[in-house]
Design a protein around this ligand. Structure first.
Ligand code: NAP
Length: 244
């Protein structure tokens, strides 16, 4: 049976890992928790770039590489495509469609942190929901701003920042309450797509709060892409070389 190497670090990847076989390998970067109850093998940590990944694929006789990493994890996705090409193995990727602005949305796309800081200038109470990056800039918060940062890591508040440690999914009522209590005047987000963190966008719309959206990175072409987990699982189940 074709041996799978699944690159993970997302909820969808974890769900996919739960459908794999004992011979398959689920790979994590090592930033979050490592599940101990999977039917497949689990490995943690980088491979050492595309070349390291290619060596791993050869050494472990991997037959199919599946990239189910986050849409903003551009480096590992590039490495996956390159390693698959180097080893002449197929690479499948789960690529969640981006969210799209609708009626009543005020979304402003920014390319990077510098553009984001400039676009934030008119606001006083931003709500950051794009991971750890703002933590590196706590010493340079403009005097007129108070930041709320939601990321996986809970940290003590500073005079100008509150850091909420939380992991999605986030329910609509929960998000409404947070916006109400903390009075955000702008939301800062990646365009992650998917349902689990989408309610914040609805609340921003309801409250007329603008959204500063970090633009998605370009991802490399691969053998097959899937827009949702179910389609990928079906394709895997019907692949002749996956029958035991
Ligand atoms: P990245 O910049 O694309 O990758 C940085 C390096 O981390 C890679 O070059 C690779 O090291 C290692 N790496 C990443 N994913 C790996 C995996 N699944 N297995 C083994 N090594 C991995 O990634 P990132 O943005 O720092 O994200 C790190 C992880 O967090 C990813 O797995 C991603 O799915 C998850 N995640 C990211 C975000 C986000 O917003 N970026 C959000 C949620 C979850 P080597 O070059 O040494 O192989």
């Amino acid at each position: 049976m074709t041996r799978i190497l699944l690159l993970g670090g997302t909820g969808d990847a974890l769900r996919l890992a739960r459908t794999l076989s004992a011979d398959d390998i689920y790979s994590l970067a090592g930033l979050g928790t490592v599940p101990a109850d999977l039917p497949c093998q689990v490995r943690v940590g980088g491979f050492g770039g595309a070349d390291g990944l290619a060596r791993f694929i050869e050494a472990e006789r991997i037959g199919l590489l599946i990239d189910a990493t986050h849409p903003y994890a551009a480096q590992i996705s590039a490495n996956a495509a390159r390693a698959a090409a180097l080893t002449a193995r197929p690479c499948w990727a789960l690529r969640r469609p981006a969210w799209e602005a609708g009626e009543g949305d005020d979304w402003r796309e920014v390319d990077d942190w510098a553009a984001l800081v400039a676009a934030l200038q008119p606001f006083r109470r931003p709500f950051f929901t794009l991971g750890r990056e703002p933590l590196a800039h706590l010493a340079r918060i403009p005097a007129h701003q108070h930041w709320t940062i939601r990321c996986l890591q809970a940290l003590p508040a500073t005079e100008q920042a509150r850091i909420i440690g939380a992991r999605g999914p986030f329910a609509l009522d929960q998000e409404r309450l947070l916006f109400e209590q903390l009075g955000f005047d702008v939301l800062v987000s990646k365009n992650s797509g998917g349902r689990s963190t989408e309610p914040k966008l609805q609340v921003a719309r309801e409250r007329g709060v603008p959204v500063l959206m970090l633009r998605r990175p370009a991802l490399p072409p691969v053998t097959r892409t899937f827009a949702d987990l179910e389609t990928l699982v079906q394709a895997l189940a019907s692949a002749p070389d996956r029958q035991p």
